[in-house]
Design a binder for this molecule. Structure first.
Ligand code: TRP
Length: 344
C-alpha cells in the first residue's frame, strides 16, 4: 500500500467533567505524541449530541476540554486543536462513508448495545451512526495513528474496515485519477495499556467514569487540593498493609488502582511504588498519594479553570485550529468526491 505521511488524530467528547482517568489515559498520551508526530486533537461536539445535551453546558464543556488540552501541555501552535463542528468535512465525509459501511458491521458494535440498553427504539440515529462519524474524523485527515482507550478498539477496527472497503470498491477510480493503489490509510490504534486504566475510587472493578453518580468515585481535573485530599482519604481500601511485590496486588482491586494511579502520575512502575511503600499502612500511602496528586494535578486543574474562563482566548485557539484542520481535510474530501464520481 502507498506510504502515508504519519499523522495522529484523536478526540475527546465534551460531556461532563474531565477526570483523572481521561487525563492519565488519554491527554498525557496526546502530550507525549506531539514530540514525534504531527497531531490533530479534536473536541468531538458532533459526537456529544448523539445523546441529549444542555446547550449552555455543552458550550462550557467544549471550552473546558480545550482548556484541559492546553493546560496539560498540548502546543496549539504546533499541533491542531479544534472542535469538530467547525470543520464541515467531518459531517460531509461521514455521509459518504455511511454508504460504504454495512449495516451488519454497525450491528456488531458493543458500545452502541451498551449505551442503547433496553431503550433501543428510542435512541437517536446518530448514536447508532457514531462509529461512522468517528471513521470520518480520522480519515478526513488520512490519519495513520489513533491513540484511544481499550473501549474504542472496536470502533477503530470499523474505521479500518471502512477505509479498506472504500479503497477496494473504488480501486479503479482511485487508480484512474492517479491517486495510487489506496486512497485511505488503515489507521493504527495506539491502545492505552491496562497500566493506565484508572478505576473508580469506590469500586476497583469499575472504570472511573464521569457518569458515576458519586463524585467521590473520581478525581476531576478541576478538583482543588482539599477535595483531592478528601476523596483519596475516603477512597475504598482493605485492612491489610501494602505488599512489596506486584503479585501482592492480585485480588485487591482498590489497592491496585491507587498504586497504579501513583505510578502513572509519578511516571514510574507499580513495582517501584511498592518498593518504596511495601509494608506501609494505608494512611501513610494515602498521604503520599495526596501530596503527589496535589503537586502534579492541582496546578493543571487550576490552569485549566483559568483558561476556560478566558472565552475569547479559547475561541481564538479553536477558530485557528479549525482553519488549519479545514486546509488538510478539504482536499481529501474533494478527492473523495472525484473518486465516487460527483460533479463539482
Ligand atoms: N469515541 C471516542 C471516545 O469516546 C472519541 C472520538 C471521536 C475519537 N472521534 C474520534 C477518538 C476519533 C479517536 C479518533 O473516546
Amino acid at each position: 500500500m502507498a506510504d502515508f505521511h504519519p499523522r495522529v488524530f484523536s478526540g475527546v467528547q465534551p460531556t461532563g467533567n474531565l477526570h483523572l482517568g481521561n487525563y492519565l489515559g488519554a491527554i498525557t498520551k496526546f502530550v507525549a505524541l506531539q514530540k514525534t508526530h504531527e497531531c490533530l486533537y479534536c473536541v468531538v461536539d458532533l459526537h456529544a449530541i448523539t445523546v441529549p445535551q444542555d446547550p449552555a453546558e455543552l458550550k462550557a464543556s467544549i471550552r473546558k476540554v480545550t482548556a484541559a488540552y492546553l493546560a496539560a501541555g498540548i502546543d496549539a501552535k504546533k499541533q491542531i486543536v479544534f472542535n469538530q463542528s467547525q470543520v464541515a468535512a467531518h459531517a460531509e465525509l461521514a455521509w459518504i462513508l455511511n454508504c460504504v459501511a454495512r449495516l451488519g458491521w454497525l450491528n456488531r458494535m458493543t458500545q452502541f448495545k451498551e449505551k442503547a440498553g433496553k431503550d433501543r427504539e428510542n435512541v437517536s440515529v446518530g448514536l447508532y451512526d457514531y462509529p461512522v462519524l468517528m471513521a470520518a474524523d480520522i480519515l478526513a485527515y488520512q490519519a495513520t495513528h489513533v491513540p484511544v482507550g481499550e473501549d474504542q478498539k472496536q470502533h477503530l477496527e470499523l474505521a479500518r474496515d471502512i477505509a479498506q472497503k472504500f479503497n477496494l470498491d473504488f480501486a479503479a477510480s482511485i487508480a484512474a485519477l492517479g491517486l495510487g493503489d489506496a486512497f485511505f490509510p488503515l489507521p493504527e490504534p495506539l491502545i492505552q495499556g491496562p497500566a493506565t486504566r484508572v478505576m473508580s475510587l469506590r469500586d476497583g472493578t469499575k472504570k472511573m467514569s464521569k457518569s458515576d453518580p458519586s463524585d467521590y468515585s473520581r478525581i476531576n481535573l478541576d478538583d482543588d487540593a482539599d477535595l483531592i485530599a478528601q476523596k483519596i482519604r475516603k477512597a475504598k481500601t482493605d485492612p491489610e498493609a501494602l505488599p512489596s511485590e506486584v503479585e501482592g496486588l492480585a485480588g485487591r482491586p482498590e489497592l491496585d488502582n491507587l498504586v497504579g494511579i501513583f505510578a502513572a502520575v509519578n511516571d514510574e512502575t507499580k513495582a517501584q511504588v511498592l518498593q518504596a511503600f511495601g509494608g506501609a499502612n494505608f494512611s501513610t500511602f494515602k498521604t503520599a498519594l495526596v501530596d503527589l496528586l496535589v503537586a502534579k494535578l492541582a496546578p493543571i486543574g487550576a490552569e485549566m479553570s483559568r483558561l476556560a474562563k478566558d472565552e475569547a482566548f479559547i475561541d481564538g485557539v479553536l477558530a485557528d485550529g479549525a482553519a488549519r484542520a479545514r486546509a488538510i481535510a478539504a482536499p481529501v474530501v474533494t478527492a473523495v468526491k472525484d473518486i465516487v464520481g460527483f460533479v463539482r
